[in-house]
Design a protein around this ligand. Structure first.
Ligand code: BGC
Length: 398
């Protein structure tokens, strides 16, 4: 049974990897690398099924095998990851425990220590703060535990074995491209407000880098006027920013991933640079997008184009209602399957296939990169309902 589940996980992941191959990712593996990885994963999983009788003895010893640490229950994104993890491991023979850090690195460290004491062999962790989590994963590594960074990279430590992630640069590129596509050809001086995630999250940099890749030429040629970041204006002619330069912009426009911070920043930006007419807003994720949208929508005569990511249920409703313009679907089922497949392969002593690599400041971490999909009012039925991601009963006005 365990092997059958492994095969199903492998096939699901491979579908994701194939979709990724069609996505034209510039930064990670080439299409043929990706296809090779996909082929290998299928082959291995099939071999596993053939070997079934020989490996049945490697089931759980009753302790916790895989420990999962997620950043917070306060955002629907991570609650969904937990639910999808629990669904994915239901039919395996392994014991899994999920703990939440509630936005606190000290609690995160404590969670990792609790799981180490329970005898885990694999740790799957989404750090609250990439740098701060280094001590926790080092403690796990010292106990011989395999560490998988999940969605967010643990930074500046060698104690990370694998990274399972969506392609975050592609997320930012999808957001930037969406805004560009909404601009009437040949117009200049379109108001652009920039917002970013938390500077403690490596992903915030990757999302911003992707968005900047697309938006920068349109800021440089005057299509957009950045309304709320003097640093973005200062660097408008630089196609590629250093991490430090990006950090300076992010510092000015960070939401810290908190809707309430996004709200107060939006209020002060509206006061200092009031929006009029068509207004373009780079919002880093759904929680902050809804918050920023609600503030800007209070202004008379503005037409808002605003991005997001995560395909959270309330944001899908906003997209259906024509409020939030787009979100990026990061199919958590694929990420969870990738992480559980990797964890079970580790537990069974099999070779791990990866299709990318991310520099975490100390080491190049082998990665599995999962593709993302842009969701708008036009394709929401197909991408969200048709794909079985959510049930239509969650929404009105479809
Ligand atoms: C994740 C996003 C999420 C954000 C805030 C990022 O690291 O990739 O999906 O919206 O954190 O939790």
């Amino acid at each position: 049974m365990k092997k059958l589940v492994t095969l199903l996980l492998a096939l699901t992941l491979v579908l994701g990897v194939f979709a990724f191959a069609g996505c034209g990712n510039d930064d990670a593996a080439t299409d043929s690398d990706v296809t090779d990885v996909a082929d290998d994963v299928v082959e291995d999983a099939t071999d596993d099924v053939a070997d079934d009788e020989m490996t049945e003895e490697d089931s759980s010893d009753g302790g916790v095998d895989i420990g999962i640490v997620l950043p917070t229950k306060e955002e629907p994104r991570w609650v969904q990851d937990e639910a999808r993890f629990l669904a994915a491991i239901e039919n395996t023979n392994y014991n899994v425990e999920v703990l939440f850090s509630q936005g606190d690195s000290a609690k995160e460290k404590q969670n990792v220590e609790t799981l180490i004491a329970k005898g885990i062999d694999v740790l799957i962790i989404t750090p609250q703060d990439g740098d701060a989590a280094a001590a926790a994963v080092q403690a796990a590594k010292e106990e011989g535990i395999t560490v998988i960074s999940y969605d967010r990279l643990v930074t500046n430590t060698e104690a990370v074995d694998y990274y399972i992630t969506f392609n975050s640069v592609n997320v930012g590129e999808a957001q930037g491209q969406y805004l560009i596509d909404q601009v009437e050809d040949g117009t200049t001086g379109n108001s652009l407000y920039l917002y970013a995630g938390a500077a403690t999250d490596n992903n915030a940099f990757l999302f911003f880098e992707g968005a900047w890749n697309k938006l920068q030429p349109k800021i440089a040629d005057g299509t957009f006027d950045v309304m709320n970041s003097s640093k973005a204006v200062e660097y408008k002619d630089k196609a590629t920013l250093t991490r430090e330069e990006m950090g300076e912009i992010i510092e000015q426009v960070t939401t810290d991933w908190k809707p309430e911070v996004a709200l107060s920043k939006a209020q002060s930006h509206i006061t200092s640079a009031p929006p009029t007419g068509k207004t373009y807003i780079l919002a880093p994720n759904d929680g902050t997008a809804r918050s920023i949208y609600d503030q800007f929508a209070k202004e008379e005569g503005v037409e808002i184009f605003i991005t997001g990511q995560d395909a959270e249920i309330p944001s899908i409703q906003y997209v259906i209602d024509g409020k939030q313009s787009m979100t990026v679907l990061k199919d958590v089922r694929d990420l969870v399957n990738g992480a559980i497949l990797t964890a079970t392969e580790v537990l069974e002593g099999n070779e791990i296939k990866t299709n990318g690599e991310y520099d975490n400041g100390a080491v190049a971490v082998p990665a599995i990169d999962v593709p993302v999909i842009t969701v708008t009012q036009d394709n929401v039925s197909d991408t969200i309902i048709g794909s079985g991601y959510y049930d239509s009963s969650e929404f009105t006005g479809l």
